[in-house]
Design a protein around this ligand. Structure first.
Ligand code: ZN
Length: 867
């Protein structure tokens, strides 16, 4: 019997911006929540019983968010009520200081293609609530500063859904009517609703245990489809390593009796830190050396660690509002980076982190979507899970540790976790703890939270007998909404290297650049010195140094800081590539060949470092450094250099390739991974220099491959040499891994990443393959993300690459706005591209915006990208 019926859809009105400065504490708190799920993919009934308490002395009604919910009934303190909706919210008038509010709603998980709220993935029912998915499950004040204790009862068909999981600890389970069963779970820790999760499905468990530092036993479970169980071993090891690392490094102990991870194949991003019940994209759980590359395996460990670390940085201490997202994400990325540095080679990790930052965050900071790590406004919060909030956010935490020192930093995090345990707080609260624990003054440093844009630091070393002066100047570029900037506090690790001796003649020191211009002097410098600056990438800035003749070459050959050495090599390559791109002439390759040759022949450098050091800067990085680049020209010049390296250094490359082939396929040690990385890098260059030779080598490597790392890198080289050369391996690859969706994603990604204008046709053919579907985000990213990330393929002179992407965005938006919106940014980079193509990119954005019924997600990014 239905007494009330109301249906709510996403608002159709033009989206409005939400502003950070408008924050107000919640009118009502919800200390207790009782939920009952009658689970069924077609029709799930959710009964919610909220204990609400008036927060402060006001007379405003209780307002509950809800989206795509069919309301069956509403009761207040046991009495039926008529429902009243205002601006898409359920408004409940209450007179007293507290009440019990009960709702009964119906949702349809199998029709949920947005993958937010409760949805079905390969027969599993699961949830995703961050940021605002809980309102798609039940009526609730869906905001992170409302913390509740949850009691959850799940009921479902026992044959189809033998496993029923929720946050916290299991309390009871048993049989129910009609072949159903139930499970009751309780989470003792108050949490915001974005951390709520349930799972129901036919899952098998890789079970293990962990004893915490205070001697408590925790049951660990990784839940997957039966066939995937053998691929969960590495994730389980990573979980146990993470738990031990967080105890050792941050003094953080796990707090529940259970920790569960579930893997699902349809997921909008990487993974989610729901309290005690993390839900992961299969991509970041399932891995073994035959089907996952070393890079994939490292990513599994990093994401397992990341989500686990959120239990303290995110769950025990959470965010007051979504503008504070970097409070948990920046800190947690920094923590997972520390874990990866300690588990592998710190130097190589740092190079990877910086490479990611430059590839994903610098362009964001330099483009129309630039925002501070703590944004001031948004239309759709899902659009702010960005490289800026995550990765630049992590750099900001790292800078604080650099400035305060590790010990004071740790005192600061201890204070933060102790003082704010159980609270929803702000970035400001974190910085205040750092200041209090260390006595440091971080007033100016806070600008990193409010000012967007990557600072540029200009550096010039002046030497007069017996001393040296470093002249520094900084500039923070204007960004949307922030035309003028104040000087930032920039920690720069600096050393001087003797031009003749090659030794550090002024040992590393930390220079704080705090003014627009500043000079620092070094005493007792009596030999010509070279400047090693921003060592270890101590600040996320662009350094433009005045270089003496031979300086960069010398630093690339021998800087005592391996990160700075890598950087010098890159600076040298960028210098010579840019000179050729802008002059229109051939590239002067001498310096590059000397540096790459010396790296290859070095007896002391480790193979992973060599692989990084011989890789040319990416086309998109070169484009970012140019004014209105022609992507075809950038590609041609870079290829010319790859060819030159492959030709001139064929012997060195071959020798390194052969030596690297000794990697033990069964080993995942850093040394063996490094060898495989070097093998892939040298194979690619050998093929660039001599395609025929390279084709033979790559085919043999493919045929003899024992690991996915070897197989995938060989396949990529073959694909780049042309469709005829790659055909046999591509067919073999498909047939071999047909039943493994994560590997078939690679099959799509490899073909969509081939440079050149012919790739679009291949991408269109792939799109009509039966294995292609837009409803699976991994598959869509494998095709559209790879294509849009390959500049010479995407930036066809005729603009058809843009048209294709725009059509994909519009079609995907109807299914899944969050995932569709991720593909808008490449079109927004038009300011960096020559005018002919740029006009076509704007045209594609305009066509997207002309589409009726566009989501808030795509609307926000497309309109800002044109602006
Ligand atoms: Zn996170």
């Amino acid at each position: 019997m239905l007494d009330i019926r109301a249906s709510l859809d996403a608002p159709a009105a033009a989206p409005t911006a939400i502003r950070r400065e408008d924050y107000q504490a919640p009118d009502w708190l919800v200390p207790e929540v009782e939920l009952k799920f009658g689970l069924d993919p077609a029709r799930t009934v959710v009964t919610a019983r909220l204990t609400v308490k008036r927060n402060g002395g006001h007379d405003r009604p209780l307002e509950l968010d809800g989206e795509e919910l069919e309301l069956l009934s509403l009761k207040v303190d046991g009495e039926k009520r008529e429902a009243r909706f205002e601006d898409g919210r359920l408004v409940v008038d209450l007179t007293g200081a507290a009440a019990t509010v009960e709702t009964e709603v119906v949702i349809a998980p199998e029709k949920n293609s947005q993958l937010m709220g409760l949805y079905a993935s390969g027969g599993i029912l699961c949830t995703q609530c961050e940021a605002e998915g809980f309102r798609r499950i039940t009526f609730f004040p869906d905001r992170p500063d409302v913390l509740s204790r949850y009691r959850v009862r799940l009921e479902a068909d026992k044959a189809r859904f033998p496993v029923l999981l929720a946050n916290g600890n299991p309390v009871e389970e048993g049989e129910a009517e009609d072949g159903k069963h139930f499970a009751l779970w309780e989470d003792p820790f108050p949490k915001p609703c974005y951390l709520f999760a349930i799972v129901a499905g036919d899952l098998q468990c890789n079970a293990d245990r962990f004893t915490t530092m205070s001697g408590r036993e925790v049951e660990l479970g990784i839940w997957v489809r039966e066939a995937d169980l053998p691929k969960t071993r590495l994730a389980m090891q990573a979980l146990k390593d993470s738990m031990a690392w967080d105890e050792r490094t941050y003094g953080r102990e796990y707090d529940l009796d259970r920790f569960n991870i579930v893997a699902v194949s349809d997921f909008n991003f990487g993974a989610m830190e729901n309290k005690g019940l993390n839900i992961f994209n299969t991509r970041y759980v399932l891995a073994d050396p035959e089907t996952a590359s070393d890079g994939d395996i490292d990513a599994v460990a990093a994401v397992v660690a990341h989500e686990y670390f959120h239990n303290w940085s995110g769950n025990r201490v959470t965010c007051r509002d979504w503008f504070q997202l970097s409070l948990k994400e920046g800190l947690t990325v920094f923590r997972d980076q520390g874990f990866s540095e300690d588990m592998g080679s710190a130097a190589v990790q740092r190079i990877d982190q910086v490479r990611t930052l430059r590839a994903a965050q610098f362009p964001e900071d330099a483009g129309p979507l630039a925002h501070p790590i703590r944004p001031d406004s948004y239309m759709e919060i899902a659009n702010f899970y960005t490289a800026t909030v995550y990765n630049k956010g992590a750099e900001v935490i790292r800078m604080m540790r650099t400035i305060l020192g590790s010990e004071a930093y740790r005192k600061g995090t201890d204070l933060y976790f102790e003082r704010h345990d159980g609270q929803a707080v702000t970035c400001e609260d974190f910085v205040a703890c750092m200041e209090e624990a260390s006595g440091a003054d971080l007033r100016q440093f806070r600008l990193w939270y409010s000012q967007a844009g990557t600072p540029t630091v200009r550096a010039r070393l002046e030497q007069v007998d017996g001393g040296a002066t470093l002249h520094l100047a900084q500039e923070v570029p204007p960004t949307p909404g922030q035309p003028a900037k104040q000087p930032m506090a920039i920690p720069l690790k600096v050393a001087l290297i003797g031009a003749d001796s090659g030794r550090e003649i002024a040992g590393e020191r930390l220079v704080m650049l705090e003014r627009a211009e500043q000079s620092i002097s070094f005493a007792g410098i009596d030999e010509p010195a070279f400047l090693s600056i921003n060592r270890g990438f101590s600040a996320p800035v662009i350094v433009e140094a005045d270089r003496k003749p031979g300086e960069i070459e010398a630093l690339a050959a021998g800087d005592s800081d391996s990160f700075a050495r890598f950087e010098a090599g890159q600076e040298l390559m960028i210098r010579d590539l840019l000179a050729a791109i802008t002059s229109g002439g051939p590239v002067a390759t001498d310096a590059i060949l000397t540096a790459v040759g010396a790296t290859l022949r070095s007896q002391s450098l480790d193979p992973a470092f060599k692989a990084d050091a011989i890789a040319l800067p990416s086309e998109s990085l070169l484009t970012d450094k140019l004014d209105r680049a022609d992507p075809a020209r950038v590609h041609a010049v870079r290829e010319e250099v790859r060819r030159a390296i492959g030709n001139a250094l064929k012997d060195d490359l071959s020798r390194a390739y052969t030596q690297a082939s000794a990697a033990d396929p069964a080993s995942l040690s850093g040394a063996d991974k490094g060898l495989r990385r070097l093998r892939a890098a040298t194979l690619a260059l050998l093929a660039a220099g001599d395609p025929q030779f390279g084709a033979g080598l790559a085919q043999r490597q493919y045929d003899e491959a024992r690991t996915m790392t070897e197989r995938q890198s060989a396949l990529m080289v073959l694909a780049m040499l042309g469709p005829d050369i790659a055909a046999k391996a591509l067919d073999d690859f498909y047939a071999r891994f047909e039943d493994d969706p994560l590997v078939i994603d690679k099959w799509f990604a490899v073909q969509a990443s081939v440079p050149g204008e012919a790739t679009l046709a291949a991408v269109e053919r792939l799109q009509s393959q039966p294995a292609f579907t837009m409803s699976n985000p991994n598959r869509l990213r494998a095709l559209a993300g790879s294509f849009a990330g390959t500049p010479s393929a995407f930036h066809r002179a005729d603009g058809l690459g843009y048209d294709w992407l725009a059509e994909v965005i519009v079609a995907a938006d109807k299914l899944n706005p969050q995932t569709a919106a991720r593909f808008v940014a490449p079109l927004g980079r038009w300011r960096k591209i020559e005018e002919g193509r740029a006009a076509k990119m704007r045209g594609a954005l305009q066509r997207i915006l002309g589409e009726p019924g566009l989501s808030k997600d795509v609307f926000e990014l497309a309109s800002k990208s044109l602006g």
